[in-house]
Write a new protein. Structure first.
Length: 160
């Protein structure tokens, strides 16, 4: 048993003795409490042992409770120690997942930006080509000349 646990046990034993001593001063010893309750009509607890046996049993029960409490605290601490590596592993997994996700998102964004840049370049090239004067083919030149002649004849022969 550790020093802290021994001190806690001693303190709790002292507190219990003080409470029992106060009960005795008030006329309510361990055996008389049951009898007082009996007299009050509550049925009470029948005394079956002397004060020493009662104190020994109480101290034994308290000791068992304190041991169980200490074991529970040790179990909690042991569980906490076992959980720490699990939590750290989970944090590392989450961090790795975050980094992988960020890389994938960056790859999708980069691919989108490349495709967008290519399409914009195609559109700009088409716009430039449309803005440039295109030389007419021989057939287009002949059709244009025919249309100009027909318009000239119409304008000349039209009544004033």
């Amino acid at each position: 048993m550790g020093e802290t646990t021994k001190r806690a046990l001693d303190t709790q034993r002292s507190d219990l003795r003080l409470e029992m001593g106060q009960a005795a001063v008030n006329g309510l010893g361990p055996r008389s409490v049951g009898t007082a309750a009996s007299r009050a009509g509550g049925g009470g607890v029948k005394a079956i042992a002397g004060d020493k046996a009662y104190n020994d049993a109480a101290e034994s029960a308290i000791a068992r409770v304190l041991v169980a409490e200490r074991e529970a605290r040790e179990s909690i601490e042991q569980a906490r120690l076992q959980v720490e590596p699990i939590v750290e592993h989970a944090r590392l997994d989450a961090r790795a997942l975050d980094e992988r996700t960020a890389r994938r998102i960056r790859a999708v964004v980069d691919a989108f930006e490349r495709e967008l840049a290519e399409r914009l370049a195609e559109i700009e090239a088409a716009a430039e080509q449309a803005a440039r004067a295109q030389p007419l083919s021989n057939d287009e030149t002949a059709a244009l000349q025919d249309a100009v002649r027909a318009l000239a004849v119409e304008l000349i022969t039209a009544p004033p």
